[in-house]
Design a protein around this ligand. Structure first.
Ligand code: GDP
Ligand code: GDP
Length: 488
């Protein structure tokens, strides 16, 4: 299973945790930057440093637990995140020096965290070693001086954080290498398949590009494939109805075979077939067998949810028609987008929603989850079993879109049409020149555009191209990535 390593940032307010979080997750931050209230409060993200990907959690600093509703749940979640993190980075402020609150947090971390080290922030322009030395007193090993604002020491910090985890989170694709046919030791079949697919797409596209004049339609490569086992993760808040949905999908009689709950960190995988097509369900809820007294087999875990997202082809984000769309829904949604997974948004418990509730929900979805416009939205009742066929169709459709093969000639022609319709704006005296496009990966589809002066292409034009390709190739249900490669 493709687990990403998990890093939790802990520390008192104002030491620079969100600055560090933003630096670590910057690669995709722009995607969700225009979501009101989301980037500011976001606590979970997908980090990148060098080649390594990881889950990063800004988990606050063990503040006294809030007393009401959502806040309690959030506080519980951040504590749980510390327990589940592979490494905790305890951030302290090098300008302010060691405080009593820092000592308190250190005490708690020594008890609860699996692995922790101290990052002394804001040390740019200071005598680093000297500043850091003071924090030895925390009793958490050698403090590492960093500057979150300037980036100093941040890459080293990540390497230290995960040095005990080998190449966890390193990319599975090595285009251009010939070893691409066999699975690596310890690599899952699916990971190997993904790596191979990407390597194939890259080399096939390069050959095609070299061979074919631009704008000429070529035959689509490849013979028809046997249906692949589609990996589906059902995610959503506690009580959204995940277990009920999985029960309904499987039917009572099939549950007998799946009596083993996973560990707290891992999800349970369930294989099933529907309409002759094989699926693997990744169950983050911990299947609850009806009629059993011990209902809560496992507790909800954000980290487990994020890992399930990493490990699926298609994500079903289950919302609860009886509740408001919450920050947590939006966080999970934005993570799905960052991970590039295909997505179906399903509003469950539709049987409970009267006309007024339906109206309210539409408004909330538009406001809070508008960045999921690429995904199909449907309504169902897991309890009553309505809307299930439509859900499965949407899953199949999203998978097909996410794994579509897009030939270089078709992509290049669509690109040229887009440019005719609307040329990329000039920056200074130069107009970017788009020459040809090839597919750089699947699930999500990556469209690589080659040309010159492409570094100057802004987000607006990128979004225009994205919409254009999405429309042309009917890519509903999957995020789409556009990458530019300039040859001059
Ligand atoms: P948080 O409350 O721990 O999330 O802290 P923030 O990330 O909001 O940062 C608090 C303040 O410290 C802000 O004014 C930041 O600009 C500042 N800050 C963060 N990192 C650095 C740094 O590396 N150097 C300096 N000089 N200031 C920083
Ligand atoms: P999970 O925590 O996401 O796995 O949620 P569960 O599947 O345990 O469901 C939580 C509660 O919502 C249970 O009491 C279910 O019976 C109820 N529930 C689930 N789906 C529906 C639905 O479609 N309609 C109604 N009315 N209740 C539902």
């Amino acid at each position: 299973m493709a687990r990403l390593p998990v890093l939790a940032l802990v520390g008192r307010p104002n030491v620079g945790k969100s600055t560090l979080f933003n630096r670590l997750t910057r690669s995709r931050a722009a995607l969700v930057a225009d979501v009101p209230g989301l980037t500011r409060d976001r606590q979970y993200g997908r980090g990148r440093s060098g080649e390594r990907s990881f889950i990063v959690i800004d988990s606050g600093g063990f503040e006294p637990v809030a007393k009401s509703g959502i806040a309690v749940e959030m506080a519980r979640q951040t504590r749980q995140a510390v327990l589940e993190a592979d490494t905790v980075v305890f951030v302290v402020d090098g300008r302010e020096g060691l405080t009593a609150h820092d000592m308190e947090i250190a005490r708690e971390l020594r008890r609860t965290a699996q692995r922790v080290f101290v990052a002394v922030n804001k040390t740019e322009g200071m005598p680093r070693a000297q500043v850091a030395a003071e924090f030895h007193e925390l009793g958490l090993g050698d403090p590492l001086p960093i500057s979150a604002a300037h980036g100093d020491g941040v890459r080293d910090m990540i390497e230290i954080a995960f040095e005990h985890m080998g190449d966890a989170g390193m990319p599975e694709t090595q285009p251009g290498e010939d070893e691409a046919e066999a699975a690596e030791p310890g690599e899952s079949k699916r990971a190997a398949a993904r790596r191979k697919a990407a390597a194939r797409a890259e080399s096939a596209a390069a050959q095609e590009a070299a061979r074919q004049p631009e704008g000429v339609e070529g035959a689509e490569a490849g013979a028809p494939e046997a249906p692949r086992r589609v990996r589906v993760a059902v995610v959503g808040r506690p009580n959204a109805g995940k277990s009920t949905l999985i029960n309904t999908l499987l039917g009572e009689e099939r549950l007998i075979a799946f009596d083993q709950p996973g560990t707290t960190r891992d999800s349970v995988e369930i294989e099933f077939e529907r309409g002759g097509r094989p699926y693997t369900l990744i169950d983050t809820a911990g299947l609850r067998r009806r009629g059993k007294v011990t209902d809560m087999v496992e507790k909800f875990s954000v980290v487990k949810t994020l890992q399930a997202i990493e490990d699926c082809n298609v994500c079903v984000l289950l919302l609860d028609a009886a509740e408001q769309v919450s920050e947590q829904d939006a966080t999970i949604a934005s993570y799905i987008l960052e991970a590039g997974r295909a997505l179906v948004v399903a509003v469950n418990k539709w049987d409970l929603a009267d006309a007024e509730a339906r109206q309210r929900l539409r408004g909330e979805l538009d406001r809070k989850l508008h960045f999921l416009g690429f995904a199909r939205l449907l309504h169902l009742s897991a309890l009553e079993g309505t809307g299930i066929a439509a859900l499965m169709r949407a899953i199949d459709g999203a998978y097909a879109a996410a794994t579509a093969k897009l030939s270089t000639p078709r992509l290049t022609r669509a690109m040229q049409e887009a440019v005719e319709k609307q040329a990329p704006p000039k920056r200074g005296p130069f107009r970017p020149k788009l020459r040809y496009a090839h597919q750089g990966g699947r699930n999500p589809p990556i469209i690589v555009i080659h040309g010159s002066g492409l570094d100057n292409i802004g987000d607006t034009y990128r979004r225009f191209l994205e919409g254009w390709f999405r429309d042309k190739f009917k890519l509903e249900g999957t995020p789409l990535r556009i990458e530019f490669r300039s040859s001059a």
